[in-house]
Design a protein around this ligand. Structure first.
Ligand code: AMP
Length: 608
């Protein structure tokens, strides 16, 4: 196969403040069925990676995309694949390889969303840790798109239960992560053993030598797409960020709205639906808010912006498209409620404040998993954002009390004060009631006393949202998990708790230096087959004939059984709780339990 240097696509607009005029989804040549699905999920316009990647993929070219999670890369590869699938074909036409089962599930769900108007299309996630039965029946029924982790895909290939002889599209998602997890051999094998004329798309956040080599060796003249960010932000805008998980965003926004002194505010969200939903939630909390998005008729949009200009409206909830070119001097604050996909959008968004020589405030909500997007914004704008602490319940309540006082002061200047003073004096005389009691009774009529002060604990998120958030946070931990490896067992530095604080125990596996194992291969195999996350791993020590691995102490019997049967470099790892002499064990700083000893320790250790 021939290779070339590829083409770098620069999507940065020349003039940052000019209204962006990027392509629409229809401009990219997307067919009606997929356009309808995109409209259902509420995306207004393609993200830069989508605008740059979809046309070459539709033309049949191989693509290497430098893109991270959060940029919209899943739709960038899923949309062209979905448009060209032949649903009468029984064998899989598309295979997406993903490093973890969470990502595999997420990508399969995304395919499901974007194909909601394509009847009869089947997408199947296959990953380690799930029983083969479900996957086998899915494969037998016929899946057009298979999304899998490399280890499990290889297993199915070896068992003869997955037939890739008709494969037309292969996507390597988060390729650098797959390599870090020790899947290089598996990935290369899949690239080699699938039809030569397949189209390949490789996405990676970084481009280490090994990925470049894979791309040279297995891709055909790939077009390389890098979303470059050349952006500058104005110095009269103070830029801050708040770290807040997804389910707390509304609470966080409400606190900001209560405590920050703002004149007018524009709040950016990603989808049209989100503009309407958030504006409605704010209105029901007593704020003057309206939504604008690409679906709103021009005259309505102009009316709303007119209200914002005149002060009849204070808060606008908008998508990027709807806010293009918006120029309203009163906007003192921009809130990025949903973090933008790319730096150009960020620069354009925050440029809606600080107009006409005024100063402006920009605030960015960053969920734990989105920190890399914050970092790329800071890198591209060469401007570090200041971390802001969310206003506390006390701050909110102090503001409420002081606003209550302000309203008294304001009303004392009213023309009607004489009228009401007379009525109150009459009441006082007749009922012999102290004036403070009468004033308080009047306030009861005007305010909701039960909810006047914010209670200490915010409302818990609905369960499903909490679970989603916990998953996102766990993924964050996975990304940040402190992992240290050694070759000879540096006993003084071992871990006894995983990144998320869970208790770890030491397990022994029957592969070591002699088998040329590397930590990445151990993490990859165990995570894949045991359904574990990287944050579940503690210390790994590779000895000449075996290795010691710290894993959660409460692994279920089912997981233990799956891990006993797992192979690394063809060798059965026979994972078992380590019972070697103390000198062979990984040292521990905290008391530990025996592995597999139930879910909860009797007494919880304080988290460090
Ligand atoms: P990804 O990088 O593929 O994980 O996507 C990150 C998030 O962006 C997901 O929540 C997608 O649903 C969302 N998303 C993808 N494309 C768009 C788009 N064009 N407009 C708005 N949101 C999008």
């Amino acid at each position: 196969m021939s290779t070339n240097e590829g083409i770098a696509v620069d999507t940065a607009p020349a003039d940052e403040d000019a209204p962006e005029s990027g392509p629409t989804f229809a401009d990219l040549g997307i067919d009606d069925r997929v356009l309808a699905a995109i409209a259902d999920v509420g995306y207004e316009s393609p993200s830069p990676i989508q605008a740059a990647t979809i046309p070459p993929l539709l033309s049949g070219a191989d693509v290497v995309g430098l893109a991270q999670t959060g940029t919209g890369k899943t739709a960038a590869f899923a949309i062209p694949i979905l448009m060209n699938l032949d649903t009468s074909q029984k064998k899989p036409s598309a295979l997406v390889l993903a490093p973890t089962r969470e990502l595999a599930i997420q990508v399969a769900e995304a395919f499901g969303k974007y194909s909601s108007h394509i009847p009869g299309l089947h997408v199947l996630p296959i990953y380690g840790g799930q029983s083969y039965g479900v996957q086998l029946s899915g494969l037998r029924r016929g899946a057009h798109v298979v999304v899998g982790t490399p280890g499990r895909v290889i297993d199915h290939l070896e068992k003869g239960t997955l037939d890739l002889s008709e494969l037309k599209y292969l996507v390597l998602d988060e390729a650098d992560e797959m390599l870090k997890m020790g899947f290089q051999e598996d990935v290369e094998r899949i690239l080699r053993d699938t039809p030569d004329d397949k189209q390949v798309a490789l996405f990676s956040a970084t481009m280490p030598g090994a990925i470049r080599k894979i791309s040279k060796q297995y891709l055909n003249d790939p077009i390389e797409i890098t979303v470059k960010s050349k952006s500058q932000t104005a110095t009269n805008i103070t830029q801050r960020y708040v770290q807040v998980s997804h389910h707390r965003k509304l609470d966080a926004l409400t606190r900001v709205l209560e405590v920050e002194d703002f004149e007018a505010m524009i709040i950016f969200v990603r989808t049209k639906q989100a503009t309407e939903e958030l504006a409605e939630k704010l209105r029901s909390r007593g704020f003057s808010a309206a939504a604008i998005n690409g679906d709103i008729a021009q005259n309505q949009r102009e009316r709303t912006i007119g209200q914002l200009k005149s002060g009849a409206l204070d808060i606008l909830v908008a998508t990027d498209v709807a806010a293009r070119g918006l120029d309203v001097d009163r906007i003192s604050h921009v809130v990025n409620y949903d973090i933008p996909h790319d730096t150009e959008s960020y620069v354009h968004r925050i440029g809606r404040t600080g107009r006409a020589g005024r100063s402006g405030q920009a605030l960015l909500f960053v969920a734990p998993r989105e920190r890399h997007l914050l970092k790329s914004i800071e890198r591209a704008t060469r401007h570090p954002l200041i971390e802001m602490q969310l206003p506390s319940v006390e701050d909110v309540n102090a503001t409420r009390a002081s606003k209550f006082g302000d309203s008294i002061t304001e009303n004392l200047a009213s023309d009607n004060i004489a009228l009401f003073r007379k009525l109150i004096e009459d009441y006082e005389a007749e009922h012999n009631t102290p004036l403070a009691d009468i004033a308080a009774a009047l306030a009861v009529g005007g305010y909701d006393g039960d909810n006047f002060f914010m209670s200490a604990e915010p409302e818990p998120a609905p369960r499903r949202e909490r679970d989603r958030d916990r998953d996102r946070d766990r993924d964050r931990d996975r990304d940040r998990a402190p992992r240290r490896y050694d070759d000879e067992g540096d006993r003084g530095r071992s871990f006894s708790r995983a990144a998320d604080g869970q208790e770890l125990a030491t397990y022994r596996i029957s592969v070591g230096k002699r088998h040329r194992v590397v930590p990445g291969a151990i993490v990859g195999a165990i995570a894949n087959e045991g359904g574990l996350r990287r944050s579940d791993f503690g210390h790994i020590s590779i000895r000449p004939d075996y290795s010691l691995v710290e894993l959660p102490a409460n692994l279920s019997n089912e997981t233990l059984e799956a891990l006993r049967r797992t192979r690394i470099s063809g060798v059965l790892i026979q994972l078992q709780p380590d019972s070697g002499p103390p000198s062979q064990r990984l040292a521990s700083r905290a008391p530990r339990r025996e592995p597999g000893q139930g879910r909860r320790p009797e007494r919880r250790q304080p988290r460090s």
